[in-house]
Write a protein that binds this ligand. Structure first.
Ligand code: NAD
Length: 250
């Protein structure tokens, strides 16, 4: 028996990185995946790869009407949602003085409001035994230089995850958050462009490397699976030891 046989999994930010790796893993293990992304082609070509029950839906998660349409499409196709992986996200760059209000609002909308929109629409269609996983970040657990909006959004996702877990435990819905450290995906492409930055960053990680997206997908799959049946409201860090380190030089 595959872990996700006949489970319906809605995955946002599914066209790339952690979302795509999770979609591949869950589909391989029997899930019917609904792939949501703002990009047109990425989700569609992944859906083609993942077989006839995979569905791609173009969706800007920062727009409530788009998210409502995504959840409607999933329910019309499959009748219910067993797994909701709120994963789409964008970074931000700049201090609170350097950044303008529009940038702040956009980061909060994509990284935080989206999670509310999806939970609001999906939870009524999630049966007992369902699971929600939110992608937060270690940037939701502390401050980074010039990541103010991202730190604020991901910090809120961390505590919103706890609130969701408390509110919906009696509905049989578990809710957990993943806090990745540095993962090799297009979102970190900027890191590669600044000479020396990736090396400097990875040197500060006790494991001395960034993660592969598949290593995050493995954690998401555990949290979404029945193996995590007593895990809810947990904030799971997968960061190669980065937040375990005090910052003291070697
Ligand atoms: P990625 O850029 O590979 O994937 C993000 C996906 O989200 C893309 O396919 C993009 O098109 C989509 N997306 C962006 N805005 C959207 C919107 N408004 N509506 C719908 N889709 C949208 O990056 P990733 O690293 O796989 O990021 C996934 C999640 O992991 C994000 O929430 C990110 O903040 C988080 N994260 C990443 C890292 C890292 O180092 N890569 C670390 C911590 C947390």
């Amino acid at each position: 028996m595959k872990r996700f046989e006949n489970k319906v999994a809605v995955i946002t930010g599914a066209a790339s990185g952690i979302g795509a790796a999770t979609a591949r893993l869950m589909a391989r293990e029997g899930a019917h995946v609904v792939l949501a992304d703002i990009g047109d082609e990425g989700g569609r070509s992944l859906a083609r790869d993942l077989g006839p029950t995979a569905l791609a839906v173009k969706c800007d998660v920062s727009k409530q009407a788009d998210v409502d349409a995504l959840i409607r499409a999933a329910v019309e196709s499959h009748g219910r949602i067993d797994i909701l992986f709120n994963n789409a996200g964008i970074g931000s760059y700049g201090t609170s003085v350097e950044m303008d209000a529009a940038t702040w609002e956009n980061v909060i909308a994509v990284d935080l409001h989206s999670v509310f929109y999806a939970c609001h629409a999906a939870i009524p269609h999630m049966p007992q035994g369902s699971a929600i996983v939110n992608t937060a970040s270690i940037s939701g657990l502390g401050g980074d230089y010039r990541f103010a909006a991202y730190n604020a959004a991901k910090g809120a996702v961390v505590n919103y995850t706890r609130a969701l877990a408390v509110d919906h435990a009696r509905d049989g819905i578990r809710v957990n958050a993943l806090c990745p450290g540095l993962v090799d995906t297009p979102i970190t492409a900027g890191v590669h462009q600044i000479p020396g930055l990736k090396e400097d960053w990875t040197q500060r990680i006790p494991m001395q490397r960034a993660a592969e997206p598949e290593e995050m997908a493995n954690v998401v799959a555990f949290l979404a699976s029945d193996a995590a049946s007593y895990v809810t409201g947990s904030i799971i860090v997968a960061d190669g030891g980065a937040t375990a380190h005090t910052g003291q030089p070697e």
